[in-house]
Design a binder for this molecule. Structure first.
Ligand SMILES: C[C@H](CCC[C@@H](C)[C@H]1CC[C@H]2[C@@H]3[C@H](O)C[C@@H]4C[C@H](O)CC[C@]4(C)[C@H]3C[C@H](O)[C@]12C)C(=O)SCCNC(=O)CCNC(=O)[C@H](O)C(C)(C)COP(=O)(O)OP(=O)(O)OC[C@H]1O[C@@H](n2cnc3c(N)ncnc32)[C@H](O)[C@@H]1OP(=O)(O)O
Length: 382
């Protein structure tokens, strides 16, 4: 796999860092999640392919274990607000001095500097500060956030994973590590570059929810079918719009022009009424295989069984019967091979990780006795 041979330490966090670690694990990195020794519940629901070591970083023994692990690792991902790592004596100055090749990824909401650097926050706060939330939502409604996908995962996990991979690549030339300041506000804003950089084109000239791509246009929207399911329509270009009208059995000469936005509400009403005439399956029969850009809104229950997704194997099922998306993108020679086993228990692999990283059996039992480490399988793995 592409990242084989790369050792990553992921300090346990809520959602963005876990997904970042999972991406790296899916593509072959050896990812070690560092859990709290005193914690009993894992909040990491994206632990695929990871192992877990439990350390108490509030005690000197735990800190020195992490330092030693960092000396032998390529990447550290830390998910705490600014200042937490420094307070633990694990700031980048300390760790990069001991291992100048370390890539020290700091995945936070507000970044390492600025007024909010030490403030608590969640996805919705980061998207709001990115400016993008003001653009999302239906007409006359409050801004609507797309679950916690935009900042946590797209602007957070993915952007941070990209930073890590770029740093690993750069390190092959310089031999040096570096610090990644991955702010979810900035990651989300950066993903919104298209919206920022098209502000003067006129496509956002109307209030929120009344534009081309924010649900204002009748040909870029969702519609309810006769049995209460939905179809997604994205027929922007005239040739595709023509196919849409054909599928809906509407005569263009009876309708206002496609780009007359003052007529969009009227056109939307016509489309709404037409979509209510058939079931989702019937509309798929009409539109599948055409260029009308009309697709069913699939649910988690039927997404893996859709013929297109099934043919490509876009979803995988693990040993516990849990269906999830296959890692993307697909690399031709070194594709990701997601692990199929269950997620690790907290501290399940503490002993094996320590011994792989040069700790003797005596050192491990001393650490255990001092409470610096914890394990779910204390005896069986010694
Ligand atoms: C909207 C999302 C958040 C969604 C989260 C949910 C998806 C999950 C939340 C709860 C989960 C459920 C729950 O766990 C129960 C079940 C468990 C089961 O296994 C699965 C199902 C569950 C139902 C489970 C399901 C889901 O997983 C949940 C519902 C987000 O937006 S996430 C993004 C949040 N923002 C950031 O990550 C930005 C950067 N971070 C921060 O700003 C802060 O970390 C944050 C998030 C505000 C939290 O602040 P907090 O004060 O709590 O932490 P920090 O200031 O960062 O400090 C951490 C302290 O911990 C100490 N520490 C760390 N490691 C160790 C260690 N190994 N040993 C000892 N101590 C440690 C560290 O020193 C800090 O201590 P101090 O405070 O003293 O400095």
């Amino acid at each position: 796999m592409a990242l084989a041979g790369v050792q990553v330490l992921e300090l346990a966090g809520l959602a963005p860092a876990p997904f970042c670690g999972m991406i790296l694990a899916d593509f072959g990195a050896k990812v070690i999640r560092v859990d709290k020794a005193k914690s009993s519940v894992a909040s990491d629901t994206m632990a695929r392919g990871k192992r877990s070591i439990a350390l108490d970083l509030k005690c000197p023994g735990g800190v020195s274990v992490l330092k030693k692990l960092c000396k032998q690792s390529d990447v550290l991902i830390e998910p705490f607000r600014h200042g937490v790592m420094e307070n633990l004596g694990l700031g980048p100055d300390v760790l990069l001095k001991e291992n100048p090749q370390l890539i020290y990824a700091r995945l936070t909401g507000f970044g390492q500097s600025g007024k909010f650097a030490r403030a608590a926050g969640h996805d919705i706060n980061y998207v709001s500060l990115s400016g993008l939330l003001s653009k999302l939502g239906r007409k006359h409604e409050e801004p609507t956030f797309p679950l916690n996908l935009l900042a946590d995962f797209a602007g957070g996990s993915y952007i941070c994973a990209l930073g890590i991979v770029m740093s690993l690549f750069e390190r092959t030339r310089s031999g040096q590590g570096q610090v990644i300041d991955s702010s979810m506000v900035e990651g989300a804003a950066y993903l919104g570059s298209f919206v920022y950089k098209t502000q003067n084109t006129g496509i956002w000239s109307q209030p929120r929810g009344e534009n081309l791509l924010d649900g204002g246009a009748p040909f870029y929207s969702t519609y309810t079918t006769s049995e209460g399911k939905y179809m997604a329509v994205g027929a922007i270009e005239p040739q595709f719009y023509k196919e849409l009208l054909k599928g809906l059995d509407l005569d263009p000469s009876d309708l206002p022009s496609q780009m007359s936005f003052t007529d969009w509400p009227k056109l939307k009403k016509i489309f709404t009424e037409r979509f209510l005439e058939k079931t989702q399956e019937q509309w798929c029969e009409v539109f599948d295989g055409t260029d009308a850009c009309v697709t069913p809104v699939l649910t988690f229950d039927n997404v893996a069984a859709h013929p297109h997704n099934k043919e490509r194997g876009s979803f995988v099922c693990n040993d516990e019967g849990e269906v999830s998306p296959r890692p993307a993108p697909v690399l031709s020679r070194t594709p990701a091979i997601p692990a199929m086993g269950r997620d690790p228990f907290l501290g399940e692999n503490t002993y094996e990780i320590l011994s792989e990283n040069g700790f003797s059996a005596k050192e491990i039992s001393d650490l255990q006795a001092s409470g610096a480490i914890a394990s779910n399988k204390p005896k069986s793995q010694l």
